[in-house]
Design a protein around this ligand. Structure first.
Ligand code: LP5
Length: 248
């Protein structure tokens, strides 16, 4: 029998309060995810993660809901995003999640499928790639971990301001994936299928890769509605989630 697997990303859970998206996510975990074999979250589960030693109180309900999910038998796999790149070992032990490297290849029905957050594919966004290299630098991280939670929050606020100013100036194409980067990463991982988030441009792209049909699925961001991909007997298909029983 085929496994049932869900893929979601870009929930950007509010660091200050439990809002509608947060309630929808907890409902999703209890109703949809708990009835499947595995849930993959491909980055930016949290709007900002200050480090496992500085967990914001507003995130406690999610940690508990994720723990309940894994205790009930659903496997939980998470790729870090550009907002929650500091998720670490303590987060794993609190929730039962397994953090995956970006990219990771899994096998869906014999099709090698690449999972990524998606930011690494935005190679035309040179300023972002420099920013990414900075926050992945071990020395930058050591300096950050010496700061208090309040200092980290203030730094995160400044980074957001810088980022918002920068993205306002950038052309939309620069902030999308680069097709050549997509093809190279598929080729180097012997994969024909890619699932990612980050760009908030949900779609299913079909293209030719060295004479073979290839697909790229882009996951949606969450708001009052959620969405993702389900893999089951029918292959991969889109789903949407809502707390309103009249909307599906
Ligand atoms: O986030 P989003 O989707 O709006 O834009 C992203 C890229 N921006 C980022 C930066 C984050 O938004 C910043 C917030 C991160 C906080 C996370 C947790 C904090 C951890 C602890 C830290 C204290 O990822 C954006 C891309 C866009 O996606 C599309 O791909 O374009 O990239 C940028 O905007 C980067 C800018 O081009 C360059 C930013 C320069 C920052 C320079 C640092 C200066 C230091 C100032 C502070 C003193």
């Amino acid at each position: 029998m085929n496994k049932e697997i869900l893929f979601i990303s870009d929930l950007h859970l509010n660091p200050e309060q439990l809002d509608d998206t947060g309630r929808l996510f907890i409902d999703f975990l209890q109703t949809q995810a708990s009835a499947t074999d595995a849930l993959y979250i491909l980055g930016d589960l949290f709007e900002l993660w200050l480090g496992d030693d500085a967990i914001l109180p507003a995130y406690q309900p999610y940690l508990e809901a994720l723990r309940k999910l894994t205790d009930s038998g659903t496997s939980l796999y998470i790729i870090r995003g550009n907002r929650d790149f500091l998720l670490g070992d303590k987060f794993q032990s609190l929730t039962g999640a397994q953090l995956l490297k970006d990219p990771t290849v899994i096998n869906l029905d014999g099709i090698p499928t690449l999972l990524m957050h998606g930011d690494l594919l935005c190679t035309d966004d040179i300023a972002y790639q420099q920013f990414r290299a900075m926050v992945h630098n071990p020395e930058w991280r050591q300096a950050l971990f010496r700061k208090s939670m309040v200092e980290r929050l203030e730094l995160a606020r400044k980074l957001r301001q810088e980022s918002q100013a920068a993205t306002g100036e950038k052309g939309t194409e620069i902030m999308d994936v680069n097709q050549q980067a997509v093809e190279e990463v598929l080729r180097s991982n012997n994969a024909l299928q890619l699932i990612h988030g980050h760009t908030h441009r949900p779609a299913e792209h079909h293209f030719d890769l060295d004479g073979q049909p290839a697909r790229r699925f882009v996951l949606p961001e969450w708001g009052e509605m959620g969405g993702g991909l389900r893999y089951g007997q029918q292959g991969l298909h889109n789903e949407s989630y809502s707390l309103d029983p009249l909307v599906s």
